[in-house]
Design a protein around this ligand. Structure first.
Ligand code: GAP
Length: 482
C-alpha cells in the first residue's frame, strides 16, 4: 500500500484534520519556572506527590481531579485518532487499527524473548564522597549535592565508582512462595502485550497487513534517577501503537508515522517552535530498533534545548521473531493475495501519556500580570479539564436557579462546573488556573433578557449570548478551538 509524508486529508470531524490548532503565541519556555508549574499543579489539583502524608515516594505521582481529567482527555484524543477514527492513507482509505488492553504482568518468558532481562539496563555510578547515585550516561546533567555546588564528579571530595549495569524492571512474585520460579515483572512497556496478542488478533479480527494494534496503559521502570516532576517517573502511562507492515514498505510507513505523530501534537496547540524531530545516533538505538526518531519538546528544564516526548521506532521483525523462537508458536503472516509467508516489520509510535500531560501543563502555563491569578492555563478547549464555569453573579434574586438549570442542561454533553461561592473575580481566577476556556455568568439581564455573559479565558473579554444558544456556542468552540 502506498504511503506518503503528507498530512492526511481532513475527515471524521474534529479529531481528524491536524489543521485544528489554537493560536499559540509561544512564550519562551526558559522563562517559565518548573517550581511555579509544580506549585500550581498542587494548588489546583492537577498532580500531587504520591503518599504525601508519609513523606512521598521518589518517582511516584498521583493525578488529582483536574490532572486525571486532563490525562483522560489526552488519552481519549489519542485513542480517537488511532483506533476509532484512524488516519487515512494517501488514497483516502482509513487505516486499520484495533485496540487492546493486555495484562500488566505477563509470563516472565516474555521479557527473556524481548531482550529486557538481558538488556534493559541503565549504567549507574555511585559517589563514595557524597553518597549520591547518578546515571552514568547523563552524568553531565547532574549537580553534586556537596557545596560549593559543582557538576557531579567535579567536587574535590567526589570519588565515583565504575559504571554498573542496573536492570530497570520491577520484580514481583506470583503466588505464596517467593522463589526464582515465582518471579515475574511489572511491564516496562505496553508494547510487548501487543506482540503477545498479535496472533489472536490476526485470527479473530480479519485484519490484513498493513494494520495496527494500539494500547494505552501503565508501565513501570525502576529509574535510577527519577526527576523533573512527572517527566521521568517510576510508574507512568504509555500510548503505543505497533504498525505491522510488509518489510519492503517499512521505510515508507516510518516516514508516514513520523509526520502523523508530529501533526497530532501540533493539533493539540503545542507551538511548532517548541517541537522538533531528533534522529537517534546508531550507538543510542535500543536493542530492538533499526531506526528511531524522537519527537522532542522544549521543556522549561531543557530550554533552550529539547527533551524526548515520543519515539517512533522501526523495530524490524525483532519482536515477533523473538517470540516465535521462544514460544515455539508460528507468528508468520500469510498474505493470501501475494501467496507469501513472512514475519511483518513493525513501526512503533510510542509516546508517554503522562509525559504528554507534562507537555500540556508546561505549554499551557501562561504568566499574566494583568489578572488577579497572575497566571492562566491556556489548554486547547478540547483538552481543558473543565470546559466551562457557570456562575450566578450573586447568590440570590433567582440567579442560582437559572445557573442550576443551565448546568443541568449542559452537564451531559460537557464537563462543566457550577460555582456560587466568593466574588466573581475570585471565581474567574480559579477557572483561569484550572484552564477553563469559558465562564458563563447569570446576572440581572439574564432574568429580563434571557442572555448570559461569556468570558473568554485567553483575552478576558466578555460578550453576551442568548441563554438557549450556550450549548451550541460551547460545542462550536470546543470543536474548533479558540
Ligand atoms: N515501546 C517502546 C518504548 O517503550 P521508550 O522510548 O522507552 O520506548 C516511550 O518509551 C515513551 O514513554 C517515551 O518517549 C516517554 O514519553 C515515555 N516514558 C519512558 N520512560 C518514562 C518514564 N520513566 N517516565 C515517564 N515517561 C516515560
Amino acid at each position: 500500500m502506498p504511503c506518503s509524508h503528507q498530512p492526511r486529508p481532513q475527515e471524521c470531524g474534529r479529531n481528524q484534520g491536524h489543521s485544528v490548532t489554537t493560536k499559540t503565541t509561544a512564550i519562551d519556555p526558559a522563562t517559565k519556572s518548573m517550581d511555579d508549574i509544580v506549585a500550581l499543579c498542587k494548588r489546583r489539583g492537577f498532580v500531587f506527590p504520591a503518599s504525601e502524608i508519609y513523606g512521598g515516594l521518589n518517582g511516584f505521582w498521583d493525578y488529582g481531579p483536574l490532572g486525571t481529567q486532563l490525562k483522560n482527555n489526552l488519552r481519549d484524543d489519542w485513542w480517537k485518532n488511532m483506533v476509532e477514527c484512524p488516519p487515512l492513507d494517501p488514497d483516502g482509505h482509513p487505516l486499520q487499527i484495533v485496540g487492546l488492553d493486555s495484562a500488566i504482568i505477563q509470563n516472565p518468558k516474555t521479557w527473556e524473548a524481548s531482550g529486557h532481562i538481558a538488556g534493559f539496563n541503565d549504567p549507574m555510578v555511585d559517589c563514595r564522597g557524597c553518597k549520591a547515585r547518578f546515571r552514568a550516561d547523563h552524568i553531565d546533567e547532574y549537580e553534586c549535592p556537596l557545596k560549593p555546588s559543582k557538576k557531579a564528579g567535579d567536587h574535590d571530595k567526589c570519588d565515583l565508582t565504575e559504571p554498573r549495569q542496573f536492570n530497570l524492571m520491577f520484580e514481583t512474585f506470583i503466588g505464596a512462595i517467593k522463589d526464582e520460579d515465582a518471579k515475574a515483572y511489572l511491564r516496562p512497556e505496553t508494547a510487548q502485550g501487543i506482540f503477545l496478542d498479535y496472533k489472536n488478533i490476526v485470527d479473530t479480527m480479519r485484519v490484513k497487513v498493513p494494520f495496527g494494534i494500539a494500547q494505552v496503559g501503565k508501565a513501570f521502570r525502576n529509574e535510577v534517577t527519577p526527576r523533573n516532576f512527572i517527566f521521568r517517573s517510576r510508574e507512568f502511562e504509555q500510548m503505543e501503537m505497533e504498525w505491522f507492515c510488509h518489510p519492503d514498505e517499512a521505510p515508507k510507513w516510518y516516514e508516514f508515522w513520523k509526520e502523523q505523530r508530529m501533526g497530532w501534537w501540533a493539533s493539540l496547540g503545542v507551538a511548532a517552535e517548541n517541537l522538533r524531530f531528533r534522529d537517534h545516533e546508531e550507538d543510542e538505538l535500543a536493542h530492538y530498533s533499526k531506526m528511531c526518531v524522537d519527537v522532542e519538546y522544549r521543556y522549561p528544564f531543557t530550554a533552550p534545548g529539547f527533551g524526548e516526548l515520543e519515539g517512533i521506532a522501526h523495530r524490524g521483525c525483532f519482536d515477533l521473531t523473538q517470540h516465535q523462537e521462544h514460544s515455539k508458536q508460528k507468528l508468520e503472516y500469510f498474505d493470501q493475495e501475494g501467496k507469501q509467508r513472512y514475519i511483518p516489520n513493525v513501526i512503533e509510535p510510542a509516546s508517554g501519556l503522562t509525559r504528554g500531560v507534562l507537555v500540556l501543563l508546561c505549554e499551557a502555563y501562561t504568566p499574566d500580570d494583568s489578572r488577579p491569578s497572575k497566571v492562566f492555563m491556556k489548554f486547547h478547549p478540547r483538552l481543558a479539564p473543565i470546559k466551562a464555569g457557570i456562575f450566578p453573579l450573586v447568590n440570590k434574586d433567582g440567579m442560582p436557579q437559572v445557573a442550576e438549570k443551565l448546568y443541568m442542561d449542559l452537564r451531559r454533553r460537557f464537563t462543566v462546573q457550577i460555582d456560587v461561592k466568593q466574588n466573581i473575580g475570585k471565581r474567574y481566577a480559579r477557572m483561569d488556573e484550572a484552564g477553563t476556556p469559558f465562564c458563563f455568568t447569570v446576572d440581572g439581564d439574564t432574568l429580563s433578557g434571557q442572555t448570559v455573559t461569556v468570558r473568554h479565558r485567553d483575552t478576558q473579554q466578555q460578550e453576551r449570548i442568548a441563554l438557549d444558544k450556550v450549548a451550541e456556542f460551547l460545542g462550536e468552540q470546543i470543536e474548533d478551538g479558540e
